[in-house]
Design a protein around this ligand. Structure first.
Ligand SMILES: NC(=O)C1=CN([C@@H]2O[C@H](COP(=O)(O)OP(=O)(O)OC[C@H]3O[C@@H](n4cnc5c(N)ncnc54)[C@H](O)[C@@H]3O)[C@@H](O)[C@H]2O)C=CC1
Ligand SMILES: O=CC(=O)O
Length: 309
């Protein structure tokens, strides 16, 4: 079995694999699309990453390809319908990414609410710590309402963690009901929440789910957190709303056109920006490799797991 790993990822999970597995890693950070198109025809399985597009052209190049094991949970990077048409299964890694992403959502929420990154930056520029009873005031989490859009695996983890901070949870899901939490319509969630956190996948239905109209429904004191996918939010509209301070702030780990970011956001103090680090811990990277490999093993054994197409 020939496995192509398309990105540079920790090698730790790749020890003691069956002797008849032949594995290729990129020499640098990743294989370019041109390289992929050239070498892929030789491989049975590809370990792809949530960030790199796997389009029709690449799928067509995979003449022997049977499985695309995605390193990450979001699979909007892959044309899964076309893969299915070609008889290629696609799997993802929901377990490994869950806690780290939920932790980051909480970290971003706290950072924006307590103005941590803003204060940190100002102290370094001003070269003094300007304390004051009416300076640097933020918002607390305890007793506040957290609106979770997409109460799936990560959303539920965020809910549990936020409850430990004393927050009240409401949620909006497209189809599924989650016992124990109050489900509301999207507009109600936006009107009632002090914090809104996004945890849907990126699909045609969620693209720009949060646009100008939805942002206008939020409280002027509310904070928006996005660790889902950039395009779930209309980034231009959000930048305008933040600039006019129509909501209090935002914290964004993901952007519509990564690595590019809407220029306006750089200058705004009321937004926290991180470079797609939801799963950016060494433990998570190793766990994602393990889960992606486990999916490959199960697929080869005839009992596939985490298949998304
Ligand atoms: N920033 C980062 O590094 C990371 C980002 N992610 C993103 O988080 C997303 C969520 O991951 P999981 O919680 O594992 O997925 P999940 O499938 O367990 O949960 C997604 C939830 O969104 C809901 N949903 C789907 N379409 C909807 C719609 N149109 N309106 C409202 N709700 C809708 C579903 O009902 C489900 O409850 C991933 O798809 C990925 O894009 C995941 C991991 C890391
Ligand atoms: O963005 C990361 C993922 O796992 O999806």
């Amino acid at each position: 079995m020939k496995l192509l790993v398309t990105y540079n990822i920790p090698r730790e999970p790749f020890q003691n694999l069956p002797a008849d597995w032949e594995i290729t890693f990129p020499e640098k950070e990743e294989f370019s699309k041109t390289e992929l198109l050239r070498i892929l025809p030789d491989y049975d399985i590809m370990l792809a990453i949530f960030h790199a597009p796997i389009d029709r052209e690449i799928i067509d190049a995979g003449k022997k390809l049977k499985l695309i094991s995605n390193y990450g949970v979001g699979y909007n990077n892959i044309d899964i319908t076309y893969a299915r048409e070609k008889g290629i299964a696609v799997t993802n890694t929901p377990k490994a990414v869950n806690s780290p992403t939920a932790e980051l959502a909480l970290a971003l929420m706290l950072s924006a609410a307590r103005r941590i990154t803003e204060c940190n930056q100002r102290i370094r520029i001003e070269k003094e710590s300007m304390w004051g009873t009416m300076r640097n005031l933020g918002f607390g989490l305890e007793g506040k309402t957290l609106g979770i859009i997409g109460l799936g695996n990560i959303g539920k983890n965020v809910a549990r963690k936020a409850e430990a901070f004393g927050m009240n949870i409401i949620y909006y899901n497209h189809h599924t009901e989650v016992p124990g939490y109050r489900r509301v319509e999207l507009d109600t969630l936006l009107r009632e929440s002090d914090f809104v956190t996004l945890h849907t996948p990126l699909t045609p239905a969620t693209r720009h789910l949060i646009g100008q109209r939805e942002l206008s429904l939020m409280k002027p004191t509310a904070i928006l957190v996005n660790t889902a996918r950039g395009a779930v939010v209309d980034e231009q509209a959000l930048a305008e709303v933040l600039k006019k301070r129509q909501i209090a702030g935002a914290a964004l780990d993901v952007f519509e056109d990564e690595p590019h970011i809407t220029e306006t956001l750089y200058a705004l103090e009321n937004v926290v920006l991180t470079p797609h680090i939801g799963t950016g811990t060494i433990d998570a990277r190793i766990a994602m490799g393990r889960e992606a490999l486990e999916n490959i093993r199960h697929f080869l054994a005839g009992n596939p797991t985490n298949v998304v197409n």
